[in-house]
Design a protein around this ligand. Structure first.
Ligand code: ASP
Ligand code: MG
Length: 423
């Protein structure tokens, strides 16, 4: 008998009908002879609604109470799902993250899992139950406080449980049919990928693809847990994410896996920086001390006449204020002329391990952007990725143009988005 972990996202359990539909799928997996552990997210946009509510009460809610509040969303869906399964004549028990043995550090709102001790889940399974676990939450090892893993953290819960329980597969059910060559909400001709390596998936996730979270893929790679991303609204086979393709998992488009985009970043330009040793160090030390994570960095050559240069970098929009304040505070020691802040940018990335050995990918990428009349502001590359920053307004057109240029357009049906508000 196999053990499967299934995870259902918020849009799959958005209402009572959704919960009943998902309950049927879970029962089917059990009837097929599996032990089934289910990780569930909060219903629909519940988490966002709870955040809005908290902000109405307090502009900066305390981390501990905020986590206590947010974990309520997953408790609602786990209990309802267990009820719906029982109603179909099968045994089910729901567990909070803490009860399921998800142990984290004590960083509220973005805790990291440090151990998983699923003793109660094992017992529940051995007694013939389907175990339902609240996603995105745990309990801190030292203070025994309830923590959350950061937005979208239920995927990580699922993979962590799959690793701890030595599951055969972690199935992530979502509102699209799998991982696509681009966001199907933007590119109608996006193509479903049959199999993708952990490596390429990690790079897509880091570049803004939202279908799987980076941390979840990282965890799956570390413990070598194959992930099957698929829709809870269709019976179709989805996308397998693993080290090596198995059986009939097709490997298409070996050069390029996909195009990702990200509109969640802003760009800061530090203008008029003296071109001498220690300047970049001072800027990024100030940013690091403010606990801001940066992404791309670009420095221009200095103008001969002034000996001054500009340094630009990108960072999450949400951290913009903190970074600007940190730089202003250190203006005296760093010595720059001014700061420019721009949050109307988009990052577009082309990802694929095949580009390591195929010349011309960079040229083709830039040509596609130029043909679409899109101006490039920053460029950064890794071995298997090229990213550019453009105006936010250009993002949809740019992604479609690049997708077509690399022959990724599907010639069959349009990609289906079954649910979710994309919020
Ligand atoms: N409910 C949480 C969120 O919306 C966790 C999750 O969905 O994975 O971020
Ligand atoms: Mg959610």
């Amino acid at each position: 008998m196999g053990l499967v972990v299934q995870k259902y996202g918020g849009s799959s359990v958005a209402d009572a009908e959704g919960i009943k539909r998902v309950a049927k799928r879970i029962v089917d997996a059990k009837k097929n002879g599996n032990q089934v552990v289910v990780v569930v997210s909060a219903m629909g946009d519940t988490t966002d609604e709870l955040i809005d509510l908290a902000e109405q009460v307090s502009p900066i809610p305390a981390g501990r109470e905020f986590d206590m509040l947010l974990t309520a969303g997953e408790r609602i869906s786990m209990a309802l799902l267990a009820m719906a399964i029982k109603n179909l004549g099968h045994e089910a028990q729901s567990f909070t993250g803490s009860q399921a043995g998800v142990i984290t550090d004590s960083v509220h709102n973005k805790a990291r899992i440090i151990d998983v001790t699923p003793g109660r889940i094992r017992t529940a399974l051995d007694e013939g139950n389907i175990a339902i676990v609240a996603g995105f939450q745990g309990v801190s090892q030292d203070k025994k406080d309830i923590t959350t893993l950061g937005r979208g953290g239920s995927d990580t819960t699922a993979v962590a449980l799959a690793a701890a329980l030595d599951a055969e597969v972690c199935e992530i059910y979502t509102d699209v049919d799998g991982v696509f060559t681009a966001d199907p909400r933007v590119v109608k001709k996006a193509r479903k990928i049959d199999w993708i390596s952990f490596e390429d998936m990690l790079e897509l996730a880091a570049s803004g693809s939202k279908v799987l979270l980076h941390r979840c893929v990282e965890y799956a790679r570390r413990y070598n847990i194959p992930i099957h991303v698929r829709s809870s609204f269709s019976g179709l086979r989805g996308t397998w994410v693993s080290n090596e393709p198995q059986g009939d998992q097709k490997v298409e488009h070996a050069i390029i896996s996909g195009v990702a985009h990200d509109v969640s970043e802003a760009k800061i330009t530090v203008v008029g920086v003296p071109d001498k040793p220690g300047e970049a160090a001072a800027i990024f030390r100030a940013i690091a001390n403010a606990e801001v994570n940066i992404d791309m960095v670009v420095q221009n050559v200095s103008a001969a006449s002034t000996g001054l240069t500009d340094i630009s970098f990108t960072l999450p929009k949400a951290e913009g204020r903190k970074a600007i304040d940190a730089l202003e505070r250190n203006r005296g020691t760093i010595g720059f002329e001014s700061l420019r802040y721009d949050d109307q940018i988009a990052k577009i990335s082309l990802v694929g391990a095949g580009m390591k050995t195929n010349p011309g990918v960079t040229a083709g990428f830039f040509e596609a952007l130029s043909d679409a009349g899109v101006n490039i502001e920053l460029i950064s590359t890794s071995e298997i990725r090229i990213s550019v920053v453009t105006r936010a307004d250009d993002v949809n057109e740019a992604v479609c143009a690049v997708h077509t240029a690399f022959g990724l357009d599907s010639d069959s049906d349009e990609a289906v988005v079954y649910g979710g508000t994309g919020r």
